[in-house]
Design a protein around this ligand. Structure first.
Ligand SMILES: Nc1ncnc2c1ncn2[C@@H]1O[C@H](COP(=O)(O)OP(=O)(O)OP(=O)(O)O)[C@@H](O)[C@H]1O
Length: 265
């Protein structure tokens, strides 16, 4: 799916928390949405999903404003994994993941891809949890299931808010690798991530937000420089080159105590 973000802005609590963002995340690729706490990442994802109405600008999906896309089509084509979306559902894990298939079912309940739930469970390293009661899972287990439910939806646009939260390192790597490979089928993914090394390893493109504004965009190798990291996060870092992947490899130094992160310029 093609996504175009045009001078997008919204105020919450009287403050512009997304402010004049212009971006075109590449289609069929994984874009990392980066920025300090409170930068506006979640708000931007909700605007792109059409869950929040902008006060300025627009989000265009395949050249149509997201609010003009009919609800059922949105439910089928856009998946949003929200942060800490927990609930006490009296369901098994397999049943929770199957909720992601509802928009695809025919009027009489048939699923056009009966294997989708199993593929999604495997992609989120959650196959072994399939028959467990959802309510009894640990935080990381629940996060795997949330990711699996979003993947089961087989969306054209996948929006992930901190999908690696609570996951152990093996689950983080295999999930991001799977999500990256979805691009080959044309899925456009935007993932808010805090781990800049994971973003550097898996993302084709990154958008960096600070105080609601877009301060940098492009391939991680161009964007994730020591200067940018210092300006946005107020942290000293050495940016090396990964010996195998050629991607940036960030070695952390110290936070600069009196540095307030903010937009560049
Ligand atoms: N309903 C609301 N009313 C007022 N302010 C809000 C509301 N929702 C979010 N904000 C503020 O908007 C700013 C952006 O929040 P958002 O959740 O988008 O940031 P984020 O980049 O996702 O942060 P984090 O990395 O901490 O998850 C924050 O300062 C937050 O306090």
């Amino acid at each position: 799916m093609d996504v175009r973000i045009e001078r997008l802005g919204v105020r919450l609590g009287g403050r512009w928390v997304v402010d004049g963002v212009v971006a075109t995340p590449p289609s069929g690729a994984l874009t990392g949405l980066l920025g300090p706490n409170g930068a506006g990442k979640t708000t931007l994802l909700r605007l792109v999903a059409g869950l929040l109405a902008p006060e300025a600008g627009a989000v265009l999906l395949d050249e149509r404003a997201v609010h003009d896309v009919e609800r059922r089509e949105r439910a089928r084509r856009i998946a949003l994994l929200e942060q800490d979306s927990s609930s006490a559902l009296p369901l098994t894990v397999r049943e929770v993941v199957a909720l992601g298939r509802i928009p695809h079912r025919s009027a009489w309940g048939a699923d056009p891809d009966p294997g989708a739930v199993d593929v999604a469970l495997a992609s989120a390293s959650a196959t072994h949890l399939a028959d467990r009661p959802w309510a009894q899972l640990s935080g990381g287990e629940r996060q795997r299931v949330h990711v699996a439910r979003a993947l089961a939806q087989q969306p054209a646009l996948l929006l992930l808010d901190e999908p690696t939260n609570h996951l152990d390192i093996a689950a983080q790597l295999s999930m991001l690798d799977f999500v990256h490979r979805l691009g080959a089928d044309g899925t456009t993914t935007i993932a808010a991530l805090h781990d800049l090394n994971l973003a550097a390893t898996f993302c084709d493109h990154v958008l960096v937000l600070a105080q609601g504004r877009l301060v940098a965009a492009g391939p991680p190798t161009d964007v994730l420089t020591a200067d940018l990291i210092h300006e946005v996060w107020g942290v000293q870092a050495d940016v090396l080159t990964h010996p195998r992947t050629g991607r940036p490899l960030i070695a952390w130094g110290r936070a600069t105590p009196d540095r307030r992160p903010g937009p560049r310029g």
